[in-house]
Design a protein around this ligand. Structure first.
Ligand SMILES: [Zn+2]
Length: 467
């Protein structure tokens, strides 16, 4: 089938801000649903720990920039638009200067208003999404962001830090000598033999960017690539170990903390997590230790300039997405609950993409630091390639923006099999690597334009061949 495949480059032509103009405000609203609301897999029974929607607003002579992150599984399609448009209006900026990400917790809500509309035609929306609650969080986030812009404090300098997170991230995709995925090491792994297998390709580094004011740091933003699950399907909403690490850092440092998930699509704590409940706190403390180290050892640099740029692109759709089949699955009352929800989410992404609605990849540059904001459950190889293609910059990356794509593998990974690149789990084709890589190169002003994320994908493993 012929698919329209466009790549439209949109570049910011706004001049850089001078450092003297920069101010930063912070906001946070509660994002915990009510008991009985649907979490991603089960109805909510209790709020084990509150979920948060938080962000920063950068203001200055140019239009504001908003970076927001929510403790939910994913924010997709029309709901991503609603979030971004509401925040943009709240601070009087362009929607292209607003990014909304999630930390991808699983005892937390899904958020896809397009899928909700599709399911609503069959009276099924409320079983999957708490639409009034979603809209309430968006509207409270807008009010809080507007207030943050008003109360923004002068940024006198920025600082950056880095620390290795010990024994948390591990690659989920374990290959046999034939180069195919032999075993998936899920986020909780009870089998010690699978836990003992090599770590695989990860990015062990947690990076930190802090905005300093006249009375000390105003906000810290951290980036670390991993699925956030210790255990789930408890019915108890909670922000899991990365959110717990963030919360403990914010309360012990007194500095507002925004944590963003890196390209953790094929990464989880499985090697270091047997799923026991006490291990959640252990993982949280390992992440918090790296957050503290990066913060305590941060290096301050003078503000030179601040620049926002973005690219819009049409996602190359996965060949398996079939509108008639997905529509039939959504319409059929005998479709199991989870599959019906997934079919609606896939249909939502398919219909929007076919209508020409594009994905945005964005880049914030502050002096020698470049921060990429990417869609989907991105594989860690994108993050490693981004760092190497711009070796003169300190590159940080947040994934889990627009969630409609679901998993985004490397080109090579799509040939290797495994869960993440299966029809169930990804809504984009292997051509996504080329499209995203071109956008990353342009935004980062890459000095090495030959590097591809696939260059970082392992090709063979030590496990025996599947029979
Ligand atoms: Zn995931």
């Amino acid at each position: 089938m012929y698919r329209l495949f466009l790549f439209v480059a949109m570049s910011s032509i706004l001049p850089n801000w001078l450092y003297a103009d920069l101010r930063l405000g912070v906001f946070e609203v509660d994002a915990t649903p009510a008991i009985g609301s649907p979490l991603a897999y089960d109805p909510m029974r209790e709020a084990t720990l509150p979920l948060s929607c938080r962000g920063v607003v950068l203001t200055g002579e140019q239009q504001p920039i908003v970076i927001c992150c929510v403790d939910w599984l994913g924010i997709a399609n029309d709901s991503a638009d609603l979030f971004r448009n509401t925040l943009a209006q709240a601070v009087n900026t362009s929607v292209n200067r607003v990014v909304v990400h999630t930390l991808h917790q699983h005892d937390a809500p899904r958020c896809d208003l397009t899928a909700a509309k599709i399911l609503g035609e069959y009276g099924q929306a409320a079983a999957h999404y708490d639409v009034p609650f979603i809209k309430d969080v968006v509207s409270r986030a807008g009010l809080a962001a507007a207030q943050a812009a008003k109360e923004a404090q002068t940024v006198t300098s920025i600082s950056t830090g880095v620390a290795t997170v010990e024994n948390v991230a591990s690659n989920r995709r374990l290959l046999g000598p034939d180069g195919k995925v032999h075993t998936t090491r899920y986020t909780a792994c009870k089998d010690p033999a699978i836990r003992d297998l090599p770590v695989g390709v990860i990015d062990p580094q947690l990076k930190l960017l802090a905005f300093e004011g006249t009375r000390g740091p105003i906000a810290a933003i951290t980036f670390y690539a991993t699925h956030p699950q210790s255990y789930y399907r408890t019915g108890g909403a909670n922000p899991d170990f990365p959110g717990m690490a963030r919360n403990s850092r914010q309360s012990s440092s007194g500095v507002f903390h925004l944590h963003l998930n890196g390209a953790g699509g094929n990464i989880g704590a499985g090697k270091y997590n047997d799923g026991s409940h006490e291990n959640r706190q252990v993982l949280a403390e390992r992440v918090a230790a790296a957050m503290k180290l990066a913060f305590d050892n941060r290096q301050t640099s003078q503000l030179e300039s601040v620049d926002w740029s973005f690219r819009e692109l049409v996602a190359p759709l996965a060949e398996h997405l079939n509108e008639a089949e997905l529509t039939a699955a959504v319409a059929d009352d005998s479709t199991p609950y989870a599959l019906r929800g997934h079919a609606a989410e896939k249909l939502a992404f398919l219909q929007r993409t076919n209508a020409g609605i594009q994905l945005q990849v964005s880049r914030l540059r502050i002096g020698a630091n470049q921060i990429l904001f990417m869609p989907g459950e991105l594989f860690v190889e994108y993050q490693l390639a981004a760092q190497h293609m711009a070796p003169d910059s300190n590159v940080m990356l947040a994934a889990y923006g627009e969630y409609g794509t679901q998993y985004i593998g490397t080109r090579v990974a799509y040939d290797q099999g495994g869960y993440e690149t299966s029809d169930r789990a990804t809504n984009v084709s292997p051509r996504i690597e080329g499209v995203l890589t071109e956008a990353m190169r342009d935004l980062l002003a890459a000095s090495d334009r030959r590097l591809l994320p696939s260059d970082y994908t392992e090709r063979t493993g030590a496990l025996p061949k599947r029979d």
